[in-house]
Design a protein around this ligand. Structure first.
Ligand SMILES: C[S@@+](CC[C@H](N)C(=O)[O-])C[C@H]1O[C@@H](n2cnc3c(N)ncnc32)[C@H](O)[C@@H]1O
Length: 221
């Protein structure tokens, strides 16, 4: 039987006291640090490092993950920090159900899953794009490949390029601008402490707000 995202990720979190560092992702911090706080949707929010960082900066956050354990841990940390009212934690298998509403920031940080069937991440990211309010930003960070020194071979795993991601989003021409399309190589420490590197990719895509005149002429066309 195929393992579902919920089974896989719930076991993954449940088997460990803490999976991630609790810190926000550096690329999110770099990109969002200077943005005016608004509403944010964090997809695959894990143990809440990004959502809590956003809430601390004044964002009103909806954070979604498939794992109840991860969400519980994240919510407890947020409550300890006095941020309970700023974050709405929602359990979703995002390939099945999706948070409602539109947001000034929609963030998908390393939304990778070894049990996702082909095309599932693309389906989720297409919905992510639809959830960006006019003027808002879709921020997608992903791994571009395995870390250095990773010798296991997984021919079934494909890390999409940014061109593939943009191509799969179904963006309406003229309404979106790819503001940033970047490859970032950073230090990475292996499971036995060995030094190495890993390359990630980042997309910042803006849903362009149209002036009333432009919107009217688009509607008239
Ligand atoms: C690689 S982790 C990244 C977590 C966090 N964004 C970070 O950067 O630390 C992927 C996260 O996505 C969640 N996830 C994977 N597939 C999902 C799905 N179909 N629906 C909702 N969440 C999912 C997992 O539970 C996990 O927390």
């Amino acid at each position: 039987m195929t393992e579902t995202a919920q089974q896989f990720w719930e076991d993954f979190y449940h088997d460990r006291d803490q999976l991630w560092t609790g810190k926000p992702n550096p690329l999110l911090v770099r990109e969002v640090g200077s943005m005016t706080p608004g509403t944010a949707l964090d997809l695959g929010s894990g143990e809440g490092g990004d959502a809590i960082w956003l809430a601390e900066r004044g964002w009103q956050v909806t954070a979604a993950d498939v794992s109840a354990t991860a969400l519980r841990r994240a919510a407890a940390r947020a409550a300890d920090a006095g941020l309970a009212a700023r974050i709405d934690w929602q359990q979703h298998d995002l390939s099945q159900t999706f948070p409602t509403g539109t947001f000034t920031l929609v963030s998908a940080q390393y939304l990778h899953s070894p049990v996702a069937p082909a095309g599932e991440r693309e389906t989720i990211l297409r919905q992510a794009a639809r959830a960006v309010a006019p003027g808002g930003v879709l921020l997608i960070a992903g791994h571009a490949g395995w870390p250095s020194g990773h010798h296991e071979v997984h021919p079934e795993v494909h890390f999409p390029t940014t061109a593939e991601v943009v191509g799969s989003l179904g963006l309406e021409p003229g309404h979106w601008r790819v503001e940033l399309d970047e490859l970032i190589t950073h230090d990475w420490t292996g499971p036995d402490g060995q030094p190495g590197s890993r390359t990630d990719n980042l997309l910042r895509i803006r849903h362009q707000a149209m002036s009333t005149d432009t919107a009217k002429s688009a509607a008239d066309r």
